[in-house]
Design a binder for this molecule. Sequence first.
Ligand code: M6R
Length: 602
Amino acid sequence: MCGIVGYIGSKNAVDLLINGLESLEYRGYDSAGIAVFDGEKINVKKEKGRLSGLRELIDKNPVSGKLGIGHTRWATHGVPSVKNSHPHTNSDGSIAVVHNGIIENHEALKDFLRENGYTFKSETDTEVIPLLIDYYYDGDLLSAVRKTAEKLDGSYAIGVIASAEPDKLVAVRKDSPLIVGLTDNGNFIASDIPAILSETRDVYLLNDGEFVTLTKDNVFVCDIDANPIKKEIYKVEFSAQASQKDGYDHFMMKEIHEQPQAIRNTLRGRLDKNLGLTLDNIEFSDKIQKLYIVACGTAYHAGLVGKKAIEKLAKLPCEVCLASEFRYGEPLINDSTAVLVVSQSGETADTLAVLRMAKKLGNTVYAITNVVGSSVAREADYVFYTYAGPEIAVASTKAYTTQLAAFYLFAVSLAEKRGTVSENKLDDIKNQLLGMDAVIEKALTRDAEVKALAEKIAKEHDIYFLGRGLDYFIALEASLKLKEISYIHSDAYASGELKHGPIALIEDGTVVISICTDPEISNKLNSNVKEVTARGAVTVGFTSCLSDTSAYSEVIELPQIDPLLAPLPAIIPLQLLAYYVCTAKGYDVDKPRNLAKSVTVE
Ligand code: M6R
């Protein structure tokens, strides 16, 4: 969380920093700030809240300069306020720092600095960084940053400027993302590629422990002992356009509509029209007897579906775990297990920690991720990119459906290898996957009905989702989507569990949304829906297979498809539902309160 950007070159840094921050605002929007060297001194401008506030501040009191750093904050230590906003400086303002991550030993470092006469202006962990740099500074900024980094525990991507060395910008990363953008008019650092895409497609992807010194026409990368490191230029393939709204009111709606294309991108080069399937260069050893699927949030929900698909087709036992639980849960990793992490961003702290833990324990780590060159992508043994294109809205949509597509490909490929299902059945699944873009297009046509439903339920305080089997997993994802952007309390239940507790919540008028895509268990779900209707619930069905809909106040039809693949199109109208409830309430769709797109701290 938090986004950082920095520039040194021949252009005005202010516009470049603000533009960069705009693309990074998805990483946090509690406050924004910049520090710019104006030829004499470092000017710091910061404002609580959205970037628009900082823009207004700068319009009233302009600053300019050709060296600067910027930050958009997701508060961890200290409330959102001007005082706690980055950049943070040393006492005379000659050193300025932006930071993404958490300094876990900040209390000990504060004690050390206080003993050495330093005082603190903010409640943040970050403030120890400019003060430590000040402490170690003896005329060589890179050396002071290296000595500082040696003292820091935790995660960080840091950008530093100093008025005594106005010809350079120094940066370093450990467990927080950081890239370098290279141009003929200067060089950039940024937390993520979209921040520099309007200026360049040539980047260095920094690894943990790499320090970088940028000047206007050079970039020097080294390790903590100042040994030079040679970096390859990575050419970014997606366009700046892919990070724009393209006429949609919100990124979320754009990304919902991009799903047919995103699925085509995931399948391209892997599944051909003759039903040949190759999973890049991914290899599965015959020794693997159990797969741990580990992820957070929406990616975890994709993993739940993935487990069903792999177990049903490939008969390989899977366990799906939340990364934050798995890493502290003493999992039974051994020679016959492997770990598959799923992460859109490839930077989620808990997921990355699991990846590292599994590797350390000698397990093969597979990754399904969207962001090319992300930490997960670089550190996993085998990477499967979803190629969904940049996902900007905090609420994940196309990342989820492309993760599902990835899991289906994994499941089919494993089933082929293990000979667990007939060729005909697998060909049928492959054919349906190839036609999935059209099925999703069909699901998108429910837009008007879903919008009308959203307007009816937008004032509710609680909304419950029900499902059985895979439909329960769809319910979990639908409920997460709704609560994260509409702030309506929502839970999803496996419908068979209702009578074991949750049914006590039902009263007159409670809205219950049930999902039914599997004809084999539709009668069971129907009985549960009748039970809640009898207790006063207003029930809405999202279904592709109910013959008896008498218990429902309203029904939204889902496309017909093999029940194993049903989560893919079924989630589409439910994403639209969350979107329209949010817009009906007038909330910020793309930047819901308290959230950030990339959770890079645990
Ligand atoms: O980048 P990741 O896939 O690792 O992110 C995991 C979750 O933080 C993410 O899916 C989150 O739950 C979304 N905001 C849900 O829409």
